[in-house]
Design a protein around this ligand. Structure first.
Ligand code: FAD
Ligand code: 2HG
Ligand code: ZN
Length: 483
């Protein structure tokens, strides 16, 4: 892709305007002026170090009014922008493609209000997810979303990507839990829909466009979200299983026997667990190796009741030989240790220099077949083999099995065109044939933009483009991405 010449290039005059508006401390500069000693580089490259932009200016507004003035000015001057939260996105959406101005939300980091009767939290977009959850923990509530990047990602970024995470099975999608949004449109108008109402059927639900909108329609400046009571009894178990079929049986049994206390059902193949062990040198919760593992979490309000249910479940799956081996957390340390066997995977997959990621929704029965077929395909193409001379390290699968969401990952020794050609569009065709989705929870960004047609038809893509053109006629919001 080429830089769109309709966009202006940054001038001293633009910079002066922004410095006047925000103060030089909130405008990180590169090249244009060196008085800000802060490094601009982290804003230009993504979490995977796969994408690198060339922004010369990063703006860090401290209020909704400032965001409004920035966007209005950018829109009038044809300056393209990219909103940035914690920069943990996995589809290259949060960094510039060329010289777009980065608008970082990190200074908008206040909790605005919390009502412990309704459980409704109102927070600035730049509040870090873990900070929000720790705040809620003190009030005996929980943020209805959790994911491995919680220490860095922003609640605004979570909403902008419609992140799914580890407990969607229990708490549902952000499309349901987010009750209100305050957002700034490209022309500077402030959409004030920061309501704290559970029910509100008064016209089109416009905020939904910003949930998963990936910063293409405007900037989310605050959210209101309904947060459940923090469960008092939480347990986690880690199982080794013989096959994917056994994992499906375990899921069926978990739903039947654990019922309303089931709060997560995650699957990890044996290869991911072996990698985790080899790369980190850590001790795994179970001795021996199994082709598959699953992690089951329960959350409830009564320890005795939950323990009894879990005990019955364990006996059942052992007796029926659904699981080969298992362990349950007995304290907070073990709880965290078991969760880290799942949450730590993403990080180690980058160990060899490159990684191809596919975040897919598939019919649950077909979920793992794609991993096997991909491994076979790459082996046959001579890209994967026993020796380290092959570019592909391995083909692994894990994910939110309870939501039929597979994370197919192909770690490689550096990025490689042949590997890419063998994978794309083949993976997307495979998913299309199963009526799956090529993006279950990570979004489109730059990575998936060319492939949206595998999951959406022309009519729907046309409607999306109409919406984009309506609210962002100049196309300044996060260009070159999404659709
Ligand atoms: P960024 O990465 O900064 O931005 C993401 C996108 O949103 C970009 O397009 C950006 O322009 C836009 N954006 C950001 N903030 C705003 C805003 N205020 N207004 C408008 N647009 C905005 N995702 C899942 O769904 N489930 C997981 O389990 C999960 N686990 C992860 C684990 C790890 C270790 C990592 C690194 C990532 C994981 N992710 C997961 C990816 C996930 O999308 C992000 O972690 C998170 O939701 C993005 O938030 P962020 O603040 O980092 O946004
Ligand atoms: C997870 O569930 C994240 O850990 C990341 O969504 C998945 O890296 C991946 O493919
Ligand atoms: Zn995930």
């Amino acid at each position: 892709i080429k830089r769109d010449s309709k966009f202006a290039t940054l001038t001293q005059e633009h910079v002066k305007y922004f410095q006047g508006l925000l103060g030089s401390e909130s405008a990180v500069l590169d090249g244009v002026s060196k008085d800000a000693s802060e490094d601009i580089e982290p804003y230009n490259s993504d979490w995977m170090r796969k994408f690198r932009g060339h922004a010369q200016l990063v703006l860090r507004p401290g209020s909704t009014e400032e965001v409004s003035k920035i966007l209005k000015y950018c829109n009038e001057n044809m300056l393209a922008v990219v909103p940035q939260g914690g920069n943990t996105g996995l589809v290259g959406g949060s960094v510039p493609v060329f010289d777009e101005i980065v608008i970082s939300m990190q200074k908008m980091n206040k909790i605005r209000s919390f009502d412990d009767v309704s459980g409704i939290l109102v927070a600035d977009a730049g509040v870090i997810l873990e900070v929000a959850d720790n705040y809620l923990a003190e009030k005996n509530h929980i943020f209805p979303l959790d994911l491995g990047a919680k220490g860095s990602c922003h609640v605004g970024g979570n909403v902008a990507t419609n992140a799914g995470g580890l407990r969607l099975l229990r708490y549902g999608s952000l499309h349901g839990s987010v009750l209100g949004i305050e957002a700034v449109l490209p022309d500077g108008r402030i959409m004030n829909d920061l309501v704290t109402l559970r029910k509100n059927n008064t016209g089109y639900d416009l905020k939904q466009l910003f949930i998963g909108g990936e910063g293409t329609l405007g900037i989310v400046t605050a959210i209101s979200i309904i947060c459940p009571q923090r469960p008092q009894a939480v347990n986690v178990a880690y199982f080794g299983l013989e096959s994917y079929d056994h994992a499906q049986k375990a899921f069926r049994a978990a739903k039947t026997q654990l019922g309303e206390i089931l709060s997560a059902f995650e699957m990890m193949d044996g290869r991911t667990q072996k990698m985790l062990r080899d790369v980190t040198g850590r001790k795994m919760p179970l001795e021996g190796e199994h082709p598959f593992y699953c992690l089951i979490e329960t959350s409830g309000s009564n320890t005795d009741h939950d323990s009894e249910k879990l005990q019955n479940f364990l006996e059942h799956v052992m007796e029926q030989e659904i699981v080969a081996d298992g362990v349950m957390s007995e304290n907070q340390t073990q709880f965290a240790d078991i969760w880290s066997c799942r949450e730590g995977i993403t990080e180690i997959l980058g160990h060899w220099g490159g990684v191809y990621k596919y975040d897919l929704s598939l019919p649950i029965g077909d979920l793992y077949a794609l991993v096997d077929e991909t491994r076979e395909r790459l082996t046959q193409a001579g890209l994967l083999g026993d020796s380290e001379s092959h570019p592909v390290v391995d083909v692994v699968g894990y994910g939110h099995m309870g939501d039929a969401n597979l994370h197919l990952n192909i770690p490689t020794r550096g990025y490689n065109k042949d590997v890419e050609k063998a994978l794309e569009p083949w993976v997307y065709e495979w998913v299309q044939q199963k009526n799956g989705s090529i993006s279950a929870e990570h979004g489109l960004g730059v990575t998936k933009k060319p492939y949206i047609g595998y999951s959406r038809d022309d009519t729907m893509i046309g409607m999306m483009k109409q919406i984009k053109n309506l609210y962002d006629p100049n196309g300044i919001m996060n260009p070159y991405k999404y659709i």
